[in-house]
Each structure stands twice: as C-alpha cells, then as structure tokens.
Design a protein around this ligand. Structure first.
Ligand SMILES: Cc1ncc(COP(=O)(O)O)c(C=O)c1O
Length: 451
C-alpha cells in the first residue's frame, strides 16, 4: 500500500520533516486545493503515509483529524478516509443611561481585558512607524486599507487561521460593525435583499443589517452549529469557529454542506485565535474562497477602541463592496493601521495573543469549576465568554444588578422569541486581572441566591 501510494506522482506533498505537523497539514490542504488530492478520492492510510514520510502514525492521525474538523477530509468508521467533495480550487441589552454609575463588577460579553492592552509593544511599534513613515502617511491614505497592513494580514491570516488571503482582496474597516453595514449595502446593490442569521445571534448586527435595508431571517442553531438544511436565503452570517453566543462549533458535515449550498457566506471569525482545548479549527473561507467573505477584528485580541477589522472578499464582491465602503464615508486611521502591521510583522501580536490565550483559558476553567453542579455550561472551551443555561434569566439579571454585577442574558439574542431558552452569557474576558476573583465570587453569590 505504502509503495503503491508513494509511487504515484499525483500525491507528492512537497513536505519535509523539519516543517512538522502544521507544515504537513498545510501541504495536504494545498494538495487538496490544487486538485492533486481529488475531491471524493480516498487518501493514503495513516499507516502508509506515516511509513512513506518516516514519521509517527499518530502524527498523521492528528493531522487527518484536524483536516476533517476543517472540512477537508471525511473520516468514516470502517471506510477509507476521503477528500471532501466540496473543497474549492483557489480562485439588546439596554444601554446604561448617561450619568448612571458603572457597576462594580463586569462580566459583559464581547470584551477583552482592557488592562492587558500591550502598551509597551504598541508604543515601540508607534515609534518605529513614525521614524520611517513618509509625510504622505498623514494625508488621505490608500482608501481600502494601507498596503502594509493588508500584506501583513494576508500572511497572518494564512498562518494562524488557514485563510486564503491575497492583499488585493482585503478591505480594512472600522470594526466588524462597520464591515457588516458595508456588506449589507453591497449585497443590496447586487439585488440580494435577505440575510439569514444564526438564531440566536448578536442582536446589534441584525439591527445594523436591517437598518441597511436587508430582510433578516433566523435559522436555528443546535449543538452542531447552524442547521444548514434550513438556510433558504441568498446570504447567511455565521460564527462557525465558536458560535456567538452559544459557544458551539460548526460540525464538519455542516461546514461542507454550507459551502456547497450556493449561499453567500459571511464568516464572522471574531475570536478564532482563542481555542483552548485543541488547535483552532481553520477558517471556513479556505474551503470556498469564492463563496465566503471572511471577517476578523482586532476588538478581541487587542482592543475595541482601535476600531480595526478586516474582510477577505471573494473576487466577485470586490467592486461592489469597495463601492459600498467608499459610500459609507468611514476610514480607519492609516497611522493605527501601520502600527498594527508593525505588531503583526514583529511577532509582538502573536506573543500578545498567546499570553491572552493562557489567561482566558485559566479564567474559563475557574468559572466552570466555580459553578454549582446543576448548572450546565454550553459550548467548546474557547473564546472570552460562555453560556450557562438556566430558566430564570430575568431573576439572575435583577439579582446581579442588586450586587452591582454587569451581566447579559441570552434573551435579546433570540430571533424567534417563541423558541427561546433561558441563559446568561458570562464574559469572563472583561474583568481586569486583579478584579477577576471578586467578580467570579459575586457571580457565584448571584447564582446561589437565585437558583
Ligand atoms: C459576535 C461578534 N462578532 C464581532 C464582534 C466585533 O465587533 P467590532 O469589530 O465592531 O468591535 C463582536 C464584538 O462584540 C461580536 O460579539
């Protein structure tokens, strides 16, 4: 089997042992995308590939498992592992009224620990950028994002999230909030008037999309993510790596079915860097770069105040989206873009993300350990928030207010209010490090008082 496989010129992977497990996964992704490993064809057995490459069989098994999770391979019990058939070739909660005092404790979801902002790295990067920047930097810059940031992101997204990103397809926006508005207008200009959202999903983005003139429809989510068979809209917004707010991950079969469905997909990869129990599942975008708009943001990894996010666009959407972006009138600061590019290229960004990942993982574990046994935590070990299911969310919210704890419930996130289940979203990323244990203790008191 090994000889038969290795003697075929079609399966040459161009991989050397020095490139390790990540390099092997990349080589196989490339072989699949290039069509050298054909859709539907059986792949070499783990034993044969390990033998041929001179590496441990376990290494190959782990690579295959990861690639199956990303939708590249189909692993079935008792049958040969195959290349998936859908892989494409490259081509609201109330606002605090003004004047109301801040709560003492916060577990508001969607926020990183602002005290971790890498001030020193940002300052040194600023100095380096200003020392070498031409005076032109302070003028009206390249409209769709500085080339330096688009190039740095193309490299970063490829290596960290498996995104197929060409700088020419990247658009820098003022946060995902801006990006989703721009996309809604662009789709409308193309005659696409209905955008499906996961139910539940972030209410604020639905409001923005609806304000742009799109009809918003809900598609239910279960433990395997979006129920893809129920999507019947020309476009859909998804959070496949870590569903917001339920925290589940989209099952490989659903990922494959979604990219095959013909709908235009907006992939909100808002916290893809933060997976704790295993290596992150790569972005959906790489499965079908012509069907998926990939969206990322600096709001979770660095700070929401930067208002920096990015879209990687299918070729067919570049002109309409760039036109809608120009019409939106907003442009993120070119100076901040260059500083972010400098952080990405110097390795300081990765270092910061690694540090935050360790901290958020520790916090998540502490929350899970502190919760009473009868309360179930939903979702995978990832991100900056988790959901605790309980029927009495309004009572919990009221008790939290009494104890000066800022918390959010699932309530406003449901589209079909008839289907809603109770729960709270615990944003363990938000507290400053020194306040975390006090915040957690307050949460435990709130839950004990109500449940
Ligand atoms: C699900 C989700 N996606 C994306 C974002 C990022 O939005 P922005 O880039 O506008 O800060 C958030 C922020 O809270 C979010 O909750």
């Amino acid at each position: 089997m090994a000889d038969q496989w290795s003697s075929s010129p079609d399966v040459h992977l161009g991989w050397s042992p020095g490139e390790g497990r990540t390099g092997l996964a990349d080589a196989i992704r490339t072989a699949i995308r290039d069509g050298r490993w054909r859709p539907g064809a059986p792949v070499p057995s783990t034993r044969a590939l390990a033998h041929d490459l001179g590496i441990a069989r376990g290494t190959v098994t782990r690579v295959y498992t990861d690639l199956a999770a990303e939708g590249y391979l189909l692993i079935s019990q008792g049958a040969p592992t195959r290349v998936a058939t859908a892989v494409a070739r490259p081509q609201p909660p109330p606002r605090r009224p003004p004047g109301t005092p801040e709560s003492r404790w916060t577990l508001r979801p969607g926020r990183p620990d602002l005290s971790t902002f890498p001030r020193d790295a940002w300052s040194s990067a600023t100095r380096r950028v200003l020392q070498r920047a031409p005076a032109d930097l302070f003028g009206y810059s390249e409209p769709y994002g500085t080339l330096a940031l688009r190039e740095a992101l193309a490299r970063y997204l490829g290596r960290s999230r498996g995104v197929l990103a060409d700088p020419g397809r990247i658009l820098i926006c003022a946060g995902f909030t801006h990006a989703i508005s721009v996309l809604s207008h662009a789709l409308l200009d193309l005659g696409s008037r209905e955008l499906a959202f996961e139910d539940p999903s972030m209410w604020m983005f639905r409001d923005i999309v609806a304000a742009a003139g799109q009809l918003v429809v809900g598609v239910p989510v279960d433990d395997d993510g979006l129920q893809v068979s129920k999507v019947d809209s020309p476009a859909v917004m998804v959070t496949p790596a870590h569903h917001y707010p339920l925290g589940v991950t989209m099952a490989p079969s659903r990922r494959t079915a979604l990219v095959k469905s013909g709908t235009m997909i907006i992939e909100d990869d808002y916290d893809g860097e933060f997976r704790f129990d295993r290596q992150q599942v790569g972005a959906l975008q790489a499965l079908a770069p012509e069907r998926v708009v990939y969206a990322g943001t600096a709001s979770k990894t660095l700070a929401p105040a930067l208002r920096l996010s990015w879209l990687v666009l299918p070729q067919s959407l570049i002109d309409p989206v760039f036109a809608a972006f120009s019409a939106s009138g907003a442009r993120p600061s070119a100076v901040d873009q260059l500083i972010l590019a400098e952080l990405l290229e110097s390795g300081a960004y990765d270092q910061h993300v690694r540090r935050c990942r360790t901290e958020y993982r520790r916090r998540r574990d502490q929350v899970v350990a502190a919760l009473p046994d009868h309360l179930a935590v939903q979702g995978i070990s990832a991100g900056l928030q988790l959901v605790v299911r309980l029927p009495c969310e309004d009572e919990v919210l009221a008790e939290a207010r009494r104890r000066s704890l800022d918390l959010e419930t699932l309530g406003p996130h449901w589209i079909d209010q008839g289907e809603r289940e109770g729960g709270i979203i615990v944003g363990y990323g938000a507290p400053a490090k020194h306040a975390f244990s006090g915040t957690l203790a307050t949460l435990v008191e709130v839950l004990a008082a109500v449940t």
